[in-house]
Design a protein around this ligand. Structure first.
Ligand code: SF4
Length: 712
């Protein structure tokens, strides 16, 4: 993987932004990242990179980096530098004191889809194995947990049944709640290439906005926000009526269709039309295109997931594939895209309150016992853990006293920010483990542990198509920053001493290298649908990135090819649908519906992309985008400052004319936080309502009122 060329070394790794998972070659002099280019040998991108990947070297800056452990002598005081031993000992003492007084569920861990699989796994061992709490959740809860529950309830496991190769083989691409042209650009490029070669292939896009992706569509369904379940149900109604379903497949490989068929009877295109804001003819057209395709491939992302009925949205889309039998074969299937680079790794290692390693279930006694046996400890905690929003609510209530936040920035990314930041203020002890010390969350931390970041650490990540790639270090971390797994392991040994359970800590945390952690994790996947127990770093080095399941030493690109699903009887399950509406519809006081989304050149909270001037050329400032008719009707002009108010907060932003936004809607990118004029981002306005099954927050919409703002 490493070749010398003069004094420059080349290191192969994988991009740290989106879940596409492009391979990169880092050119380094051992101190700096000199350049990053696409890896021509990586099967995902074959040498291509989008603008974010191309500028990765420029993002590797020292400005804002955390390079020493920092502690506040008291709340509100400035950080003081300290050494690792002192920082970890103090942290262990605080955790031990809270655990001894209030029990293990008085602490919580909030981690990130940016962590590597090895980091994730050790955090999980720390929470479940050593502390004895299920209070561990990931910021992936904010991004794709609804896809997890949709897959689990229909297919029986969180197994993505598709791969990127299917793009080359499909004859219809349905993109729902996904602006993949800018959020997963290299993946979308593959769709574009396929469409250019085969113009007869169709692209259907479901999005309230005429997004960059919708601009490519043969049919754009500009749906009313939050009504996707209704649309998919009405499409299935048409497929049933026009006999475009596969009755034999349904009878042999599924359960529950008759109950759904009865539910669908009233969900006609005519009945659903006013709900979705689409004509009955358009719904019929979409259904026929889907039903007549030989190989439909359906992608979905945050537009479906970040909803109080996110699970139902995913389920209703999966139903289309199950009812037509278009799943498990080349070119077809329901394909959830992951937002973060290693969201999938968090799902596999079970580093979420509702999961255990190897897709085990923390509510299953058998699964807990199995894992306890593998870890060599008597038992795992039984009490259900709290998910992301619940953790912050418990902090505010005082039932959780301490939180350890790793590699994420909740004071930017959490819904209803005022409520989330108040929770951090009320917490007794906040630990932030991060590469950066200038994020919105840092001011709330009592202790800051400096972490190595991308380009400085070793491990693995898994992309949207279940492909595991090696992540490699090209330079050492700055100052005293350490890899995340090192911090967790060193802390665990301190905590073991403080709690008087050193022997257990030594048994759980014995890892000399990242690969030793990977192998320990891989062992937990034996007999599960992940099955990577024979996969090693050496195999990844020799064969390149591999997909799970990895049974018989071979990647399996397309699970369920035998149409045997993961329920014990091998049959998939149709589910009843959640027909609830938006949690906060517009009304006379809040007549606009704000839609949040992303821009091409920025990534999440901008902690990395926000440091690269080149990435501000297209969108230098945050603006609220408004339909021209709405703007002109009020006598406002482009550039005017508008005050947006929701029931929770307000923002002041310049307005831009946007014909892609429908009248009555507004669009705001979620990237800017305190860098914006308002000092806050879209989450000053969003609400913290969650899907009852996935517990994913409804981050996509909020009802707002808008007025022109006259600054003094
Ligand atoms: Fe990185 Fe995603 Fe762009 Fe690929 S498509 S270079 S993974 S941001």
């Amino acid at each position: 993987a490493v070749t010398n060329r003069r004094k420059i070394t080349e290191v192969k790794s994988v991009c740290c932004y989106c879940g596409t998972g492009c391979g990169v070659v880092i050119e380094t002099d051992g101190v700096h990242l000199l350049n990053v280019r696409g890896d021509p040998d990586h099967p995902v991108n074959r040498g291509q990179l989008c603008i974010k990947g191309q500028t990765l070297a420029a993002a590797h800056v020292r400005t804002g980096r955390a390079t020493r452990p920092l502690i506040r002598p008291k709340r509100g005081a400035a950080f003081q530098p300290t050494d690792w031993d002192t920082a970890l000992r103090l942290n262990a003492e605080r955790f031990a004191q809270i655990i001894a007084t209030h029990g293990p569920d008085a602490v919580a861990f909030y981690v990130s889809g940016q962590l590597l699989t090895e980091d994730y796994y050790l955090f999980n061992k720390l929470a479940r194995g050593l502390v004895g709490t299920n209070n561990i959740d990931s910021n992936s809860r904010l991004c794709m947990s609804s896809a997890v529950t949709a897959y689990k309830t229909t297919l029986g496991s969180d197994t993505v049944p598709c791969c990127y190769e299917d793009i080359d083989l499909a004859d219809l691409y349905l993109l729902a709640g996904s602006n993949a042209a800018i959020t997963h650009p290299i993946l979308f490029r593959r769709i574009e290439v396929a469409k250019n070669r085969h113009p007869e292939r169709q692209i259907l896009v479901i999005d309230p906005r005429r997004s960059e992706t919708a601009a490519y569509a043969d049919l754009h369904l500009a749906i009313q926000p939050g009504t996707d379940t209704f649309l998919f149900a009405a499409m299935l109604h048409v497929l049933v009526w026009e006999r475009l379903i596969d009755e034999a497949f349904i009878a042999t490989h599924t359960e529950g269709f008759e109950a759904l068929r009865r539910e669908l009877a009233e969900l006609t295109p005519g009945a659903v039309s006013p709900i979705c804001g689409l004509s009955p003819e358009t719904i019929v057209d979409a259904a026929r295109r889907f039903g007549n395709a030989q190989a439909p491939l359906s992608f979905w992302c945050q537009g479906l997931n970040q909803s109080i009925h996110g699970t139902s949205n995913g389920v209703a889309l999966i139903h289309l594939h199950l009812a037509t039998g278009k799943i498990g074969r080349p070119g077809m299937g329901p394909f959830s895209l992951t937002g973060q680079p290693n969201a999938m790794g968090g799902r596999e290692t079970g580093t979420m309150a509702t999961l255990l390693p190897g897709h085990r279930d923390p509510n299953s006694e058998k699964d807990r016992s199995e894992l306890a046996h593998l870890w060599g400890i008597p038992s795992l905690p039984e009490r259900p853990g709290k998910t992301a929003v619940e953790i912050f609510d418990a902090l505010a209530e005082g039932t959780i006293k301490a939180i350890w936040i790793a590699c994420t920035n909740p004071a930017h990314s959490f819904p209803h920010l005022e409520r989330a930041t108040e929770a951090l203020r009320r917490a007794e002890w906040v630990v932030l483990q991060d590469a950066w010390q200038d994020t919105e969350t840092a001011p709330f931390a009592d202790l800051l542990l400096p972490a190595a970041t991308w380009g400085e650490k070793e491990g693995t990540m898994t992309n949207s198509e279940r492909r595991i790639s090696r992540v490699r270090a090209a330079v050492p971390p700055p100052g005293e920053a350490k890899p995340d797994w090192w911090i967790v392991q060193a802390f665990a040994r301190h905590l073991g001493k403080a709690l008087g359970i050193s022997e257990r800590a030594e048994r759980l945390f014995f890892f000399p290298t990242e690969e030793a952690i990977f192998l320990d994790y891989a062992r937990t996947t034996a007999g599960t649908d992940i099955a990577i127990e024979t996969l090693t770093y050496a195999t990844l080095d020799q064969l390149g990135p591999q997909q799970w399941p990895f049974t018989s030493g071979q990647s399996q690109a397309r699970p369920f090819s035998d149409h045997r699903f993961s329920y014990p009887d091998g049959k998939a399950r149709f589910q009843t649908l959640d027909r609830s509406r938006l949690p906060e519809p517009i009304d006379a006081r809040h007549p606009f519906l704000l839609i949040t989304g992303r821009l091409r050149d920025q990534w999440h909270g901008m902690s990395r992309t926000g440091r690269i001037p080149q990435l501000f050329r297209h969108d230098p400032e945050p603006v609220v985008r408004m339909n021209r008719t709405d703007l002109e009707r009020r006598g406002w002009r482009e550039g005017d400052l508008l005050r947006l108010r929701s029931r929770r907060g307000e923002l002041i932003l310049p307005v831009a004319t946007a014909d892609e936004v429908r009248s009555g809607h507004l669009f705001l990118a979620m990237h800017w936080g305190r860098r914006s004029l308002a000092g806050e981002g879209s989450n000053a306005l969003t609400l913290a309502a969650t899907d009852p099954l996935s517990r994913q927050p409804h981050l996509k919409h909020a009802a707002v009122r808008v007025e022109k703002c006259h600054l003094p």
